[in-house]
Structure formats: structure tokens, C-alpha cells
Write a protein of this length. Sequence first.
Lengths: 232, 248
Amino acid sequence: MAERGTTRKKRHALSTRLWHWVNALSFFILFMSGLNISNAHRYLYWGDWGFMPEQAWLEVPRFPGWMTIPSYYSLAAARDWHVLFAWVFSLGLLLFMIAALRNGHFRYDLVTRWRDWKPSAVWADIARHLKFDFRREGSKYNFLQKANYGLVIFILLPGMIFTGMAISPGMNAAWPWLLDVFGGRQSARSLHFIFAWLLFAFTVGHILLVLLTKPDEQIGDMITGGIDDEAA
Amino acid sequence: MKRRNFLAALGAGFLGGCSEIGKTGTFKALVEGAQDWHRGIHRALGAGRITMAPEYHRSEVSPHFRGNGTTRVGKPEYDASRDNGFADWRLAVTGLVTTPLELSMDDLRALPQRTQITRHDCVEGWSAIGEWTGPQLSSILALAGVQPAARFAVFHCADTLGNADYYESCDMDDALHPQTIIAHLLNGEALPEMNGAPLRLRLERQLGYKHAKYLTGIELVESFDHIGRGRGGYWEDRDSGYQWYAGI
């Protein structure tokens, strides 16, 4: 590809960097306003309906003010934040996906091969990770990074958006099939909660790994774009 | 500044910033505007058809139906009417109609009835499924005759929450929707008091707080300015209240 040399001088494309920070901001606002919303009814159910604690598969702890937006209990204000930033989050992901398809980010950096999934190869990658050896062969990311980013970008983030839409009665009337996909409104609500915590776990791991491996350079590169050392 | 202090300051600044932004007029205006996008998009996704709330099978009905908000009206006039089987209860249809109406329970039962098994979603997050029966609001409005200027239907209630009369409202699209009924039966029996006896609105494409209970009147209006604090509902009038469009 002739254009590859020119478009890939930077380690991170402008579209990737913009989306990274917009997504990080909207994720924290959605997560923290979501914890405030969770405080309104701290029980999760499977199926279409549920309102009694004895039906719940999980009693969720009450989240303290420092974990929530706003920092006091207000279902109404938390919902205002949540539905507004759901737009930023969803449209941001959509635009990033279009850009990443067009500039080859998905093809070059995230696609894995069948042989990468062999248990021995995966195990070798885990062993290297534990030694903080993040060498990668001919690609920007090693296998574990690809697998994690792939899971987040193609499963957890869209899952967050679609389970959220399946909780909305207006959407249920417009797209009733969403309820069938997730097995009912209360199942969609439970999955929304599970996906949110999986994304939170990813975020914690992601931040820790950045902090443990040249944080100034890594954060700087995500702002300025950095230099792609493998571009040559 | 040490990095740890910097991160703590960043976190505190983020939280403080969010609280401040939440109070600004711009943020409130954005939230207000977003309601119209949500309503518009939910309707547009129907691609020309009337979008219908899912209906369920009788076997999926919840064993009992949770009551929320007002569960006892606690007013002598209401108690007297209830003890008398609501024989003197009247539903007034007023505002921008050609013929104002005063309908008794028998009048409402004499109209064509719709029975629907639907899911009720509370803004808090829980859901319950029940079978509701009553006349469609569209057939009541056809009797009264809708004036062209009417833009919203306002639902007046007998209950008072926190010193303010409960009321709610919806646009004419929802008012004339086939699943919008004035229910007098829940699971084949007269409504219990906690679920809104003798009459409650079912507005199936929106959250529970829109489903006004203890209905005394339906008023067609062009704007909400003369009702409550002018925002179209009991919750909408609270300083930190829920949004008027509750399809989300």
C-alpha cells in the first residue's frame, strides 16, 4: 500500500487519539453516573421483569458519593448525565470504527491469526507479559493486546450501547428484537451492569500497564501521536 | 507536584467540575434538547409504522404488581368514593375539545375495551408485567372532538405528593396511540388502590412515572404554562426532576 508509509508515520492516528480521550472521558462520566442510577434499585434480575429482592441474582452494594456523578444521590441528575454522554460515547465509537476501517488500523494492528490463538502461543505471550517484555513481531501490538483491544472495541463497547438501548421502553417499541437478543429487559439491565464492570476492569489494567511501562512516553504519544518505530 | 498528587487533584477536579457543569444553564439546555432527539429518533426508527410496546403472554404476568409513588391517596373524599365502589367518580375531559365530557365508570366501561399484557418499567430500574383493560384514550378523545390547536394531553390526578398535585402529560402522538388506554382493570380485577384505583393511564412506550394514577381529568392544551410550574408534570416541575420525555 503506497499510502501506508505516509499515514502511518505517527504511532497513533489523530482519529485514534481523539477518540481515545473522548471515550475515556465519556466512559468515566457514564460509569460514575451509572453507579448513581444503580443506587436507585440495587437488585439485578434475569428475564423480562423483576422487582422483588428475593428474585434478584445479585444485590448490588450502595456506591458512595465519591464514586458517583453527581456526588450526592440524584436519580434524575444522574440520568441527565447518562443519556447525554451516551450520545458522545456511541457516536464516538461509530466514528472511530469508520476511521479505523478506512486508515487500516483494524487490519494492520488488531487482526489476529489463527496460529496466535494456539494455547502454547498464548501462554508464551502471557509469560512475556509477566516479565514486562512487550516485544511484538512485525506488528504494533502483541497478541494479548490485540485480543483485549478486540474484546473491548468489538464486544464490550457495542454491548454497553445495545444493552443500554434495550433498557429503554421507547427503543423496545421501535426495535423489539433487541429484547430478544438479550433475553428480556431485566437481562439487558444485568448485562449492562456486567459489561460496565468488565470495561472498568480493562481500564484499571490498561492504566496500570501504562504506568508500569514508560508512562510519560506512552501518555505523550497518545496526545501528540508519537513516532511509529516500526513504520520503516 | 508529585504524580500521585497530580492524579488526586485531577480526580477531584473532575468530580467538582461535573457538579458545577451540572448546574449550568447550558447543560440543562442540552439535556432539554436531548429529550426531543430521543423522542424523534424513537418514533423515526419505526420507519412509518406505529411503534408498539411489546405485549406478553398471560403466563408471563408477575404474581403481583408493585405499587410505587402514591400507594394510598389518604383524602376523605377519595376514601368515601372508594368505599362506595367509585359510583360517583367522574373523569372530566376538558380544554381544547369541541364537547367537554364528564364520564362515569359505567360510561367508560360501555366504550370498546382494549386488553393488553405489557411490561411496566420504573425509572428506578425494576419491571413488572400486568394485564390492563380499559377504553383507548383515542376513542374518548373522538367522543369529545379534538381541536386542531391541541398539542398535549394533560392527566390530572386525585393524589398529592409532597404538597403538590400529581399530574402528567404526553404529546398527541402518544395520546392517540393504540396502546394508550385508561385502565380500570388489572389482571381482570378492579384496580387496587396502590395501582391507581379507579382509573390509571397506560402510556406503554414510556417509564412508569408517566402512567398517572387516580385519574380525575384529561385536559387538551397547547402549552403547559398555566399548569403547575409549567413543565408538563409533577416530576418535571421538581428542581431536580425527571425529564418530560420518559421513553429512555
